[in-house]
Design a protein around this ligand. Structure first.
Ligand SMILES: [Zn+2]
Ligand SMILES: [Zn+2]
Length: 795
């Protein structure tokens, strides 16, 4: 019988989302190989998704044309995870593989054209200008690439591009040109790192001089670290060009010429040793186990991870450490490099696509023992992974919000389950699903209650803003916060202020006529950004000038409501004109390295750091003795069953920033001082909060007491979105696939002129629901050109 393989086209198209079987006699193929195959009337690249197997001869079956000489796009484990993601999150295998295969892994397709006749037939295409005809038939060499043609200086006039594309198509159809397709294969190179040394030449400019000083302090520092430290590509390139900086490519082993951070600052605490013993026991058992390492902020969880990984590596195993993107700083890298030298690879946002690909390949070749990275690192082609750590397991960034909408924690669990390894989740505020599993004894709970520095948790004061308002204080800072802030500034201690919203305020309201400017494309009010003099939409980035007069009634009675980062910065400046304030939000951190640069600025000379979510995370400054939540209510009342959990996490994380090395304090301002998320966060009582919230979820059958699937229907027409989602709801109700709620509009019903309705389906038996969605809804949605279906499992 002939040997065959199944191969899946790499192109993302709903028409080709199933693997096809091809004869594979001529090649030695394995899973993950990239091959060229016929598909319909064309040739495409495809991934091999089965090992070769025997099948009865079939004259209609086509054969693999070529095995490309490129590294495998994935290994058996990667394929297994992709199949799992496709099944669990209800997407196609191709969509799931797009998370597994790195962008750099696929060859580029280049089309070129060869003339088969000496002259074109001029009568046949009279509308093409003579100069463009000349270009193709006289000026370009034979076998010219499409790119070369479109970029030619003589083809730059308006409309040329379209004309040429149509002309080429006609010529190919008439046979006057022959299309030749070529695949340019990605280069496989050793995993190299670009490092910087100080050069001989001098250079002008403050930023460039700071770069030279930075490099002189740490000769051999990786270029990526300089980017993370806030130096732009342009500055580095200029310094290299002028000779002020020397850039070399070296193997990763040679990047450690500058001193890594040492972890030996504190001896291990009793709790750390106990946690390590539990982890050792789990590793001894050589079977799948899941541990929840529940440790307060500053309890030294990283030490436990590093020691456990050391043991795994000593025994010939490997480990993956997932951290939130925002924690992927040089500091994180150093802690792991200190333990594992050149056998560690850190995948962070400052790496180029090529560098990521090289690191990935180094994993596949077995040169890496420890991989540290954000959520996608869970798919890395690392063999014999015996330990997987998910740090800050409650972080929302582990869930991917585009297809495939996977959660890295769920994928990590499947990976360790299949491999018989150990999964460790670390958090100060564990995801409620995991905590519930721990309470039931389904996973192991390891608790660390003390900070490694032996500092107590900060004392938290809750300020009732309603009372503050009654007593006549209409400002955004309560008397308590103002006073505490003043004391810190006077003593030279640092303060972190957390605000939910960027910009200067919330929405704008005219006090005379009640007009609230709305985004014309979305169902939200616009946010004021006074610094830029703009009103902006935070969903589609629509912008309009921020006028002083009301566009409706023309009076100057416009007022801002709500509080944003810009406004808080202003208020600090008004109260304490000498204070040095640093603002950190997505407006001030648009480039790689901005985040680290602002933190350095704050660490070296800032008094107050004002920011959104990002200030709540991983920030560790010993001299911060005050943390403030300016308005804890935003986010508390949004219609999402996780709203309370998110608020609790945030408040707890913000408070945890204070008093890491000396006694600290935290102040939470709110209009809802009795809300459980606030009451428990102020008492540092995660357990109390978790039990209360879980009881509510049990009653309402929300996860972890059910599987929840959101099915969104999106359309340019409101009526179509509503009608179609209504039909889907009936269909699912008919299929008895669970409790179907809706259709209801999304919390924001219209974004970028598209209407969005959604069904929520809760079930305890996910199988029939998945089958109904895959078997009935997805085919319907594919056939419908007016709507898009968005499937989000465990949102
Ligand atoms: Zn908008
Ligand atoms: Zn008005």
């Amino acid at each position: 019988m002939p040997r065959v393989v199944d191969a899946l086209a790499t192109i993302r198209s709903s028409r080709f989302d199933l693997p096809l079987t091809y004869d594979a006699q001529a090649f030695e193929l394995q899973i993950g190989d990239v091959v060229r195959v016929p598909l319909g009337s064309r040739e495409v690249l495809a991934y091999v998704v089965t090992a070769p197997y025997d099948a009865p001869a079939d004259p209609k079956r086509k054969a693999v044309l070529e095995r490309l000489d490129v590294p495998r796009a994935f290994d058996d484990e990667g394929l297994h995870l992709a199949r799992f993601v496709a099944e669990y999150y209800i997407c196609t295998l191709g969509e799931a593989l797009s998370a597994v295969v790195l962008a750099g892994a696929l060859p580029r397709t280049i089309d070129s054209f060869v003339r088969t006749v000496a002259q074109p037939n001029p009568q046949r295409y009279p509308s093409v200008p003579a100069r463009l005809v000349r270009l193709i038939w006289e000026e370009l060499g034979d076998g010219f690439a499409l790119e070369t043609l479109l970029r030619h200086p003589d083809a730059r006039r308006a409309g040329d591009r379209g004309t040429l594309l149509r002309y080429i198509q006609t010529l190919v159809r008439s046979g006057e040109l022959r299309r030749e397709r070529r695949f340019v294969q990605p280069k496989t190179t050793a995993y190299r790192v670009r490092v910087l040394f100080a050069g001989k030449a001098s250079i002008r400019g403050g930023k460039a001089q700071a770069l030279v000083a930075f490099v002189r302090e740490q000769p051999g520092v990786p270029r990526a670290d300089a980017l993370l430290a806030g130096f732009s590509n342009a500055v580095i390139a200029r310094a290299v060009k002028t000779g002020a900086i020397d850039e070399r490519e070296v193997e990763p082993a040679h990047t450690r010429s500058y001193a890594p951070l040492s972890d030996a600052a504190f001896p291990a605490t009793a709790e750390q040793r106990a946690a390590l013993e539990r982890l050792d026991a789990a590793l001894d058992a050589r079977a799948f186990a899941e541990l929840l390492l529940f440790g307060v902020t500053g309890s030294g969880k990283t030490y436990v991870y590093v020691e456990a990984i050391k043991r795994v590596v000593r025994e010939g195993g490997r480990a993956i450490v997932l951290v939130p993107e925002i924690s992927l700083t040089p500091q994180t890298a150093r802690r792991f490099e200190a333990g594992f030298g050149d056998r560690v690879a850190v995948l962070h946002s400052a790496l180029s696509e090529r560098e990521r690909f090289d690191a990935w390949q180094a994993c596949a070749r077995g040169e890496i023992d420890v991989l540290v990275g954000a959520r996608s690192a869970i798919f890395a082609p690392l063999r014999n992974v015996r330990l997987c750590v998910v740090d800050e397991a409650h972080e929302t960034s582990y869930k991917q919000e585009t297809v495939p909408r996977y959660h890295a924690l769920t994928v990590a669990r499947e990976r360790m389950r299949a491999a018989g390894g150990v999964l460790v989740l670390g958090s100060a505020t564990p995801p409620l699903e995991s905590y519930e599993a721990a309470l039931r004894g389904k996973i192991e709970l390891v608790t660390m209650r003390e900070r490694a520095t032996a500092q107590p948790m900060p004392s938290v004061h809750v300020v009732d803003l309603a009372k503050e308002f009654e007593s006549g204080n209409k400002r955004i800072f309560s008397t308590t916060l103002t006073q505490a802030l003043g004391e810190r500034i006077a003593r030279g201690e640092k303060t972190v202020l957390f605000v939910n919203r960027r910009g200067s305020g919330g929405f704008i309201l005219c006090r005379s006529c009640g007009h609230v400017p709305q985004c014309p494309r979305c169902d939200v009010s616009l946010t004021a950004h006074r610094g830029e003099g703009l009103l902006r939409c935070h969903y589609c980035d629509f912008q309009m000038p921020l006028a002083r007069k009301c566009p409706e009634c023309g009076l100057e009675t416009i007022r801002e409501f709500g509080v944003g980062t810009e406004r808080v910065v202003e208020e600090v400046g008004r109260l304490f004109p000498d204070a040095r304030v640093v603002r950190m939000d997505s407006d001030t951190t648009t480039r790689v390295g901005d985040h680290a640069r602002l933190l350095t600025e704050f660490g070296e000379r800032g008094d107050v750091l004002v920011g959104t979510q990002m200030v709540a995370k991983g920030l560790d400054f010993p001299t911060v003795t005050l943390a403030g939540v300016v308005a804890a209510d935003v986010g508390l009342h949004i219609p999402d069953f996780r709203a309370a959990e998110r608020s609790f996490d945030l408040i707890a994380q913000v408070c945890g920033r204070s008093g890491r090395a000396q006694a600290g304090e935290a102040i939470v301002q709110t209009y809802s001082p009795t809300h459980p998320a606030i009451v428990y966060a102020a008492k540092h009582d995660y357990d109390g909060f978790a039990r209360g919230d879980l009881a509510q979820r049990r009653e309402l059958r929300y996860p972890p007491f059910s599987l929840l699937v959101y099915l969104g229907v999106i359309s340019r027409s409101r009526k179509t979105a509503l009608d179609v989602s209504g039909r889907y709801a009936e269909l699912l109700r008919g299929a008895n696939a669970g409790e179907v709620l809706g259709p209801a509009p999304y919390p924001i019903a219209r974004v970028n002129n598209e209407w969005r309705f959604r069904l929520a389906v809760k079930t305890r038996t996910p199988k029939p629901l998945r089958a109904a969605i895959r078997g009935e809804l997805v085919p319907l949605a594919r056939a419908d050109r007016e709507t898009r279906l968005v499937i989000n499992v465990n949102p």
